[in-house]
Design a protein around this ligand. Structure first.
Ligand code: BTN
Length: 253
C-alpha cells in the first residue's frame, strides 16, 4: 500500500475478510518461516483473542485487527517489552487525533479512562533466544456507542466516539506501523525500547497506584512504582520489598 512508509513492517500484508484470529494465523505463518515484518489483517475475527485467555470482540469494518510477525534478538523473559513498544506506538498514533492517551500496564490503551485498544504479544522459542513474536493489535475505530456489548459500553470506547466522526482505519494503521517500526528497529535492544518504555511510564495510569498480583498462589499487594527495561512492572510491597512482575502474571486490581 502506497500510504505506508516503512522498510520492514508491512512489506507483505496478508488480508482476510474474516478469520478466527489474526494472531493465530500469524503464529502459524511464523512457524512456517514467514519473515519478520509480515502482517496479517482481517476485517472481522470470529475468535479474536484477548489477554489472559479472554475473547476480543472484533466486528466487521469497525476496527483494526492486525498481527505483526517480529523476529527480535531477545530472550523470552524480555518479550513483554515488545508489548510496551506496541502500546507506545498505538498511543503515539492516537495522540494525533485525541487529546490524552493513557496506558494501563501491561497492554491497554485508554482514552478518557475507557479502553480503546489492546495489545496481545505471543511468542515462541528457547528461554535465551526468541524464535518469533507475534504482536496482535486491536483498535476500536468506528464503533458507535451501541455497537459495544452492554457490559463493555462503560468500559470501552472507539476513536469515532472520542472524536465525533468516522476515521480512516487505513491511515491509522499506517501511522501505528510507522511508529512501531521506528521504535522496534531503532531499539532491538536500546534506544527505541527505552523511548517506548518512557512513553508508557509518562502516560501510565498504573504507576503510583495500588496493585495486587498472584505469587505462588498467594495474593500480594503493593504499589506500582516503575516499569523495568523488560517491560515488567516494578511493585513495592508494604514491607518495602521490590518485586518485578512480568506481564504474564495477573494483576488483580
Ligand atoms: C487485550 O487487550 O486483551 C488484547 C487484545 C488484542 C486483540 C488483537 S485484535 C488482532 C489480534 N488477533 C487476536 O486474536 N487478538 C489480537
Amino acid at each position: 500500500n502506497d500510504l505506508l512508509q516503512t522498510r520492514v513492517l508491512g512489506r507483505r500484508i496478508i488480508h482476510f475478510q474474516s478469520i478466527d484470529s489474526t494472531n493465530r494465523k500469524a503464529k502459524e505463518l511464523a512457524e512456517q518461516g514467514e519473515p519478520e515484518g509480515t502482517i496479517v489483517v482481517a476485517e472481522t475475527q470470529t475468535g479474536g483473542r484477548g489477554c489472559a485467555g479472554r475473547t476480543w470482540d472484533s466486528k466487521p469494518m469497525e476496527g483494526i485487527w492486525m498481527s505483526v510477525i517480529l523476529r527480535p534478538t531477545l530472550d523470552l523473559p524480555s518479550v513483554p517489552c515488545i508489548t510496551q513498544i506496541a502500546c507506545a506506538a498505538v498511543g503515539q498514533a492516537l495522540e494525533t487525533m485525541v487529546k490524552a492517551v493513557q496506558i494501563k500496564w501491561p497492554n491497554d490503551i485508554l482514552v478518557n479512562d475507557k479502553k480503546i485498544s489492546g495489545v496481545l504479544t505471543e511468542s515462541s522459542g528457547e528461554i535465551d533466544r526468541v524464535q518469533y513474536a507475534v504482536v496482535g493489535i486491536g483498535v476500536n475505530v468506528n464503533q458507535n456507542a451501541e455497537d459495544f456489548l452492554p457490559e463493555l459500553a462503560e468500559k470501552a470506547t472507539s476513536l469515532k466516539r472520542e472524536t465525533g466522526k468516522a476515521q480512516s482505519r487505513q491511515k491509522l494503521c499506517c501511522t501505528i506501523l510507522e511508529a512501531l517500526e521506528r521504535a522496534y528497529l531503532l531499539g532491538d535492544g536500546a534506544t527505541g525500547m527505552e523511548c517506548a518504555i518512557t512513553y508508557c511510564k509518562d502516560h501510565s495510569v498504573t504507576l503510583g497506584r495500588p496493585v495486587s498480583f498472584m505469587e505462588n498462589g498467594m495474593e500480594v499487594h503493593g504499589t506500582a512504582v516503575d516499569i523495568d527495561e523488560r517491560g515488567g512492572l516494578v511493585v513495592r510491597t508494604p514491607n518495602g520489598v521490590i518485586r518485578h512482575i512480568s506481564s504474564g502474571s495477573t494483576l488483580v486490581r
